[in-house]
Design a protein around this ligand. Structure first.
Ligand SMILES: *Cc1c(COP(=O)(O)O)cnc(C)c1O
Length: 405
């Protein structure tokens, strides 16, 4: 290791080289290059027109059914339910597993705020977990050691032993894992921990459609997974999300929950619990069907872009390009660079200012959840790794349309 004084200069003095390398690849000359943009080049117009022509624009219709079937096929699950956004999918999944105010849920601190918010909506206690330095998602080894220290077994349940947090006295019921930027978490280790501690595993695969962990599609590995089709995700429905699962009973439960808990009847309004109006409209599902037809094309071009970045950034000595784990095939939803040491707040501002000034609309990673005012009092483990990661990572433009179709 060189002294930090030398490195400091090295990072800041290499910024022009970084700008030149990125600019040569994605040419931000005419207009600024966004971080992630949607692309519509397929059947989007035809399918949406069919909704308008037939009057089927709302929460049921042929495209809703088809989008659900196509997603289940793509994710290799027996069920897919489409929702109005990914946050609603997360919330419905948590409620569907019976998670509520007396429970504790393990959540990564390095995630988009929706993951944490969805847990809050159930009134469960959030308990934050640190990251793996390379995969960016939660670190199963660190978590296992931590849980062995802070929990006690108080019974047994459907998913294994019932395990309580010795301090808060709450049952730790579930773990949410986010596949950050589409890079898979080490799910085999997560599943091991889940059976040791009796946890329900929900994958936040909002960014992970098309990624494979040891050959398995993200979302299909835990007890349930969620996807997002927001405008910045790998495919979009405008706004939208989905829950995928192989659990039949859970699938019918969430379908009921998301459809105002209305019992099927030709005319009566019978609702047997407090449900949600969370279904995705047909007009959005039409967009989804057209986008999903293009997913493999998006994945190919995004991979090409990532390989080009990797080659172009190899000569830089102050940072690394963030690569997929060896056991996985990532969708590279967002490309990222990782500086060799944490940047100070001032350095980070300077780097981002320079990139923006050159028309490269790069972004830092999210604020850590345990640093946000509404979550800073939640229980958490040591956060050294994610603290280090957020001070080192910058996301760089990643749209499929940066590579010719
Ligand atoms: C986008 C995203 C969500 C939320 O999805 P919306 O469709 O925007 O509600 C949740 N978690 C992660 C990690 C995301 O990136």
């Amino acid at each position: 290791m060189r002294s930090s004084g030398v490195k400091e200069n090295e990072i800041m003095s290499e910024v022009p080289t970084l700008v030149a390398a990125l600019s040569a690849l994605i040419q931000p000359k005419d207009s600024p290059v966004a971080l992630h943009e949607p692309e519509f080049m397929g059947q989007e117009w035809a399918y949406i027109k069919r909704c308008l022509d037939t009057g089927w624009v709302s929460a049921s219709g042929e495209f809703v059914d088809r989008f659900e079937q196509d997603l289940a096929t793509r994710c290799e699950t027996t069920h897919a339910l489409v929702t109005m956004n990914g946050t609603a999918a997360l919330h419905a999944a948590l409620v569907g597993f019976g998670i509520g105010g007396n429970d504790e849920v393990l959540v990564p601190s390095l995630t988009f705020v929706a993951t944490a918010n969805a847990v809050s909506y159930t009134h469960a206690t959030l308990h934050f977990v640190d990251s793996d330095p390379n995969r960016l998602g939660i670190c199963p080894d660190k978590l296992k050691e931590y849980l062995e220290q802070i929990t006690e077994v108080v019974g047994s349940g459907k998913y294994g032993p019932t395990v309580r947090n010795k301090t808060t006295k709450r049952v730790i019921k579930a773990i949410l894992v986010t596949h950050v930027f589409g890079h898979p978490v080490d799910m085999d280790k997560v599943l091991e921990i889940a059976s040791q501690f009796g946890l329900i595993v929900i994958e936040d695969a909002a960014e992970g459609l098309g990624s494979l962990y040891r050959g398995r599609p993200l979302g299909s590995i835990g007890h349930a997974g969620i996807l997002s089709f927001n405008g910045n995700k790998i495919i979009t429905t405008g706004g939208g999300g989905a829950i995928v699962t192989n659990d039949d009973a859970f699938a019918s439960q969430i379908r009921h929950l998301c459809t105002t808990a209305k019992r099927p009847h030709p005319w009566e309004y019978e609702h047997d619990m407090i449900g949600y109006n969370y279904r995705l409209p047909n007009i959005n599902a039409a967009l989804g069907c057209a986008q999903l037809e293009r997913l493999d094309n998006f994945l190919d071009r995004k991979r090409q872009l990532s390989m080009q970045y990797k080659a172009a950034l190899e000569k830089l000595t102050s940072l690394d390009f963030v690569e997929e784990p060896d056991d996985s095939l990532s969708n590279y939803w967002l490309n990222a660079i990782k500086f060799h040491r944490p940047l100070s707040g001032q350095e980070r501002r300077k780097v981002l200012e320079t990139l923006h000034h050159e028309g490269l609309l790069c972004r830092p990673v999210w604020s850590l959840m345990h640093r946000l005012p509404m979550y800073e009092h939640c229980p958490r483990m040591d956060m050294a790794i994610c603290e280090d990661l957020v001070a080192r990572i910058v996301n760089i433009p990643s749209s499929a349309n940066l590579v010719a179709a």
